[in-house]
Ligand binder design. Structure first.
Ligand code: FAD
Length: 391
């Protein structure tokens, strides 16, 4: 961006707000307008499936602190981008001109059915409504054995619900590998959570008893419950960019500096970025959104982009059944880990795996209820020499 005075950020959540904050940190003193389609002020999503759903954290604890000198516009959706005239058309029929544009429209819950009342968890309102549904419910079924599905299951179990998780493949192993997924599944079983794998698919059906049910493609009932939640992945919010000429390939395609074009950058869950091994893909995790935001801001201002560790070493965390699991590097982990600290038996352990090629590339590091900072965990995943012992 050369000499521009107005930067428009579309998407008022983690990536959008972190980019706006980084723009100010880097000295941009022009106008910054953040446009978001939610009515709430910007908030963080990770607590939604944990403390907010469980009622252990106040709802207003999720709100992000944002600088007063940002123009934050809520309840308005970007509907079209005109890159020639450099303007974003909005759902209220207005449009806004930009000198620099940040695309940070994130993702939404993928749906399993056509039912308008299918229950998913993506927004603060979703979390509050689901918490209300949990009141008085005895049984909860969750479709989707990914991180979000297990977080919902964990919270529901902590509230005394009888919980069943249903997936069409063995849950978590594809991401966590056998060792860590077993740790989670054992903890889930101890919390009374049943896990069912249906190779015949998982569909949402109506039970006829006022509740929903999960069933296989041939209609066999997999779980019936008072509350059925689906957590089957997410879909990037790119529809407003169609026809703009911006490359969309499973997300907004960015380079390693989060650049889309000279005046446009993108950050967060909406992006498809070159990752480990140069393969393009989405990394829909909080740390990635935050790290990309810093890089995107630097790129837009023509600064030497900060290194974006997320592109080299992805990092994320989950909290389930009393386990706080943080992972950095290549997923799933490859081969047998080295125990660097703590012990598996105590469920407080620091583990490191070698790179999949056995070489000196990026491996994997995991901390399960183990105190280590995120940057140190990342260093452990990327630096084979650090695997000899804790630093
Ligand atoms: C329940 C839940 C729990 C999570 N827990 C964890 C966790 O434990 N660890 C972890 O690493 N990650 C976790 N995540 C993922 C993490 O929250 C996301 O990676 C992060 O929110 C991504 O931020 P973002 O700004 O890119 O996208 P989003 O948070 O999706 O924000 C995008 C914003 O843009 C808005 N928007 C979309 N389209 C438009 C449009 N056309 N015009 C205007 N506004 C628009 C959306 O409404 C939204 O407000 C969790 C996510 C969820 C949903």
């Amino acid at each position: 961006m050369s000499g521009g005075r107005r930067i428009v950020v579309v998407g008022g959540s983690q990536a959008g707000c972190a980019t706006a904050a980084a723009l100010r940190r880097f000295g941009f003193d022009g106008e910054i307008t953040v446009i978001g389609d939610e009515l709430h002020r910007p908030y963080a999503r990770p607590p939604l499936s944990k403390g907010i759903l469980g009622g252990t954290e106040p709802d207003d604890s999720v709100f992000l602190s944002t600088a007063d000198d940002l123009d934050i516009v809520g309840g308005v959706r970007a509907v079209r981008l005109d890159v020639v005239r450099k303007r974003v058309e909005l759902s209220d029929k207005d449009c806004i001109r930009y000198d620099g544009l940040v695309v940070a429209t994130g993702a939404r819950a993928r749906r399993l059915s056509q039912y308008a009342d299918e229950i998913t968890l993506r927004t603060l309102d979703d979390a509050i409504q689901l918490r209300e549904r949990f009141d008085g419910a005895r049984e909860v079924a969750v479709a989707g054995g990914g991180f979000l599905g297990f977080e919902i299951a964990s919270t529901a179990a902590s509230l005394g619900k009888a919980v069943t998780v249903v997936d069409q493949i063995a849950p978590l192993a594809g991401r966590l590998g056998p060792l860590l997924s077993d740790i989670v599944l054992i903890a889930a079983a101890e919390a009374g959570v049943k896990v069912r794998v249906s190779t015949g698919g998982v569909e949402l059906g109506r039970s006829g008893h006022g509740g929903d049910r999960l069933q296989s493609a041939d209609g066999a009932v997999l779980a019936e419950a008072d509350v059925v939640v689906t957590a089957v992945g997410d879909v990037p919010n790119v529809e407003w960019l169609r026809g703009s000429g911006i490359a969309l390939n499973g997300g907004v395609v960015v380079d390693g500096d989060c650049r889309v074009s000279p005046d446009i950058v993108a950050a967060g869950d909406v992006t498809s970025a070159p990752g480990v091994g140069g393969r393009y893909g989405r990394t829909p995790h909080w740390w990635n959104a935050s790290e990309q935001a810093t890089t995107a801001a630097a790129t837009l201002l023509g600064r030497e982009p900060d290194t974006w560790p997320g592109s080299r070493v992805p990092f994320f965390w989950t909290e389930v059944f009393g386990l706080r699991i943080r992972l950095a590097g290549h997923l799933p982990p490859f081969g047998e880990p080295v125990v660097i600290g703590g012990s598996l038996a105590d469920r407080s352990v620091l583990l490191a795996w070698s790179p999949p090629d056995g070489g000196t590339g990026i491996g994997t590091a995991a901390a399960v209820n183990f105190p280590i900072s995120a940057p140190k965990l990342i260093r452990l995943a990327e630096d084979p020499t650090a695997r000899g012992g804790p630093r």
